[in-house]
Design a protein around this ligand. Structure first.
Ligand SMILES: Nc1nc2c(ncn2[C@@H]2O[C@H](COP(=O)(O)OP(=O)(O)OP(=O)(O)O)[C@@H](O)[C@H]2O)c(=O)[nH]1
Length: 268
């Protein structure tokens, strides 16, 4: 559909605008008319063939001399889909692990740092989980590296299914991951870790009709106001995970246990 047809018929335009972008576009038009503001605005639109496109509209409001009322908006509508898609891909690459789509190490560390600051400032609770696939080298050696990669992707999908929108999952490297749980008590974090462990155990990866069972070991660390830096938080969670590995794997351990306590079987 030609842009001039769309701009001539605002009802049609608004019907095609992505629902999430509609309110923003209406505000832009309203401000242009009531405050005589020029605009430069990007929004998504679904074409009559069902395709989603990115558009950019830029315009200035026009009024007759000696009359403050805007008579019309004069400007352009551009299709910026290709540029926008490339821009979004680049942005995603900067934040995501390319194999699993989990947060990459850099962005996860940033989120952890922000959460530590929030806990210190407002005295809220939070928790950090560290987890690692058990005997992953064996998975690679038995089934091959490609299947190993499938296992990593599958693990991330299973973990995301058990997490809330506010939680963050990061791939710290290799087969090691961390989960940041804002607003979560120690007890709730331990229970969640155990649920994740069971979900992974119950959901083997599938590759070319082959079932690949695997398990994970998890460490839980509470983030309290006295855990003030990323290094300490990671060390606590790592220590707990190491304990889980040392005491038999496929289990959840916490940072403050002495002697080691495991939860394995408690929720089986
Ligand atoms: N397929 C695949 N394998 C990876 C990737 N990154 C790391 N690995 C493998 O992960 C394995 C890690 O092995 P180890 O550190 O010995 O640990 P593990 O065998 O999981 O043993 P535990 O952690 O002690 O239970 C190595 O074989 C690495 O090659 C990846 O991106 N893809």
């Amino acid at each position: 559909m030609a842009p001039e047809v769309l701009m001539a018929d605002y009802t049609l335009l608004f019907r095609m605008v992505h629902p999430e972008d509609r309110a923003g576009l209406i505000t832009v038009f309203q401000d242009a008319i009531s405050k005589r503001q020029d605009y430069d605005h990007e929004f998504r639109l679904t074409t009559d063939t069902g395709e989603q496109r990115w558009l950019k509209t830029t315009a200035t409001s026009v009024a007759l001399q000696n009359n403050p009322d805007v008579t019309h908006l004069s400007g352009f509508l551009f299709d910026i889909t290709e540029n926008k898609t490339r821009q979004l891909q680049l942005k995603q690459m900067a934040y995501q692990d390319p194999l699993t789509q989990a947060d990459n190490r850099r962005i996860f560390m940033e989120k952890l740092k922000n959460e530590l600051a929030r806990v210190e400032r407002y005295g809220e609770e939070a928790a950090l989980l560290m987890l690692d696939i058990d005997f992953f080298k064996r998975v690679n050696d038995t089934y091959g590296h490609v299947v190993g990669d499938t296992v990593l992707k599958h693990l991330v999908a299973v973990l995301y299914e058990g997490l809330r929108g506010v939680d963050s999952l990061g791939r710290l490297g290799g087969e090691e991951f961390a989960v940041l749980l804002p607003g979560t008590s120690h007890e709730a974090a331990v229970q969640l870790a155990e649920r994740l462990r069971l979900a992974v155990q119950a959901s083997p990866a599938l590759q070319a009709g082959q079932t690949v069972p695997f398990t994970i070991s998890l460490g839980v660390a509470s983030i309290t106001a006295d855990v003030t830096d990323v290094k300490t938080a990671l060390h606590l969670a790592d220590k707990a995970m190491y304990r889980a590995k040392q005491t038999g794997r496929n289990r959840v351990c916490t940072a403050d246990e002495a002697p080691p306590t495991t939860l394995q079987g408690s929720l089986d």
